[in-house]
Design a protein around this ligand. Structure first.
Ligand code: MHF
Ligand code: KIV
Ligand code: MG
Length: 267
């Protein structure tokens, strides 16, 4: 699974044969330049989900419900999940939280909304968690994480993202679930893995979590290309003849003749 946020990145996900594509609310940081995901709205998510859906047609498309779109009530959660499916064209929604959301998620899955869970480091509650910290590092926290995972499975989630939890904890949770776990900073033993596309491509490099591997440094390459373009425009070597539209020789001659007559009439 990989994130994508728009049409061209959705196309790349399909071309590379990814099974799952997530339009994550991380787009707030990666595409919109916010310092956290808190400011992302339903309108932002719908805009990015529908664009991505036109690119990623083969991968199963999941959209994050943003902060504030499901916290208030079951009714609000169902209404916004339906909006993301109808207006954003996603096939499933994902939301952050454990046991506390069990009843709410049961109502959603009962209403025919496919729900992916997300526990461990839940970035939407970074203000409450005291920053982006590894979760489940103590035995008692790890047991709570297992209870959260089982509650989400009982509520009808088809899969759960485990973010930033120690590998042995993610393994123990995965072993005790019948639904797949998708890890990000959760070790090798999860059923699948997810990363943020712009992080693993080295396009977004404001920060690099320990769990991310850079498979390319594209921001370096992109800046190099843009700089080269600027130099060539300044030097006059771009555009070259191959980038210009010629005119039939006969028309060019007639044009210059008409131009010189026009220029004479101006004086
Ligand atoms: N570009 C991007 N990539 C992400 O993975 C991501 C987002 N944005 N936005 C939403 C959340 C926020 N995430 C984050 C953000 C920062 C760290 C981070 O700084 N981690 C440090 C400290 C860990 C600790 O102290 O426990 C690390 O070294 O991994 C981790 C996950 C994951 N998500
Ligand atoms: C990192 C993934 C799991 C996510 O929630 C996001 O991209 O918003
Ligand atoms: Mg997210």
């Amino acid at each position: 699974m990989l994130t994508a946020y728009d049409y061209p990145t959705g196309l790349i996900v399909d071309r590379a044969g990814m099974d799952l594509c997530l339009v994550g609310d991380s787009l707030g940081m990666v595409c919109l330049g916010y310092d956290s995901t808190t400011s992302v709205t339903m309108e932002d998510m719908i805009h990015h989900c529908s664009a991505t859906s036109r690119g990623a047609q083969k991968a199963f498309l999941i959209g994050d419900l943003p902060f504030g779109a499901y916290q208030a009530s079951t009714e609000q959660a169902i209404r916004n999940a339906c909006r993301l499916m109808q207006e954003g064209n996603v096939e499933s929604i994902k939301l952050e939280g454990g046991r506390v959301y069990k009843e709410r998620i049961s109502a959603m899955t009962g209403a025919g909304i496919p729900v992916m869970g997300h526990i461990g480091l839940t970035p939407q509650s970074q203000a409450a968690l005291g920053g982006y910290r590894v979760q489940g590092k103590t035995a008692s926290q790890a047991m709570h994480l297992l209870e959260d995972a089982l509650a989400l499975q009982d509520a009808g989630c088809w899969s759960i993202v485990l973010e930033a939890v120690p590998a042995p904890v993610a393994k123990a949770v995965t072993d005790r679930l019948s639904i797949p776990t998708i890890g990000i900073g959760a070790g090798q033993e999860c059923s699948g893995q997810v990363l943020v596309m712009m992080d693993m491509l080295g396009i977004f490099d404001k920060f690099l979590p320990r769990f991310c591997k850079q498979y390319a440094q594209l921001s370096v390459e992109m800046a190099r290309a843009v700089e080269q373009y600027g130099k060539e425009v300044t030097a006059g070597s771009f555009p070259g003849p191959e980038h210009c539209y010629p005119m039939p020789a006969k028309e060019e001659d007639a044009f210059h003749e008409a131009l010189s007559q026009w220029d004479q009439r101006q004086v």
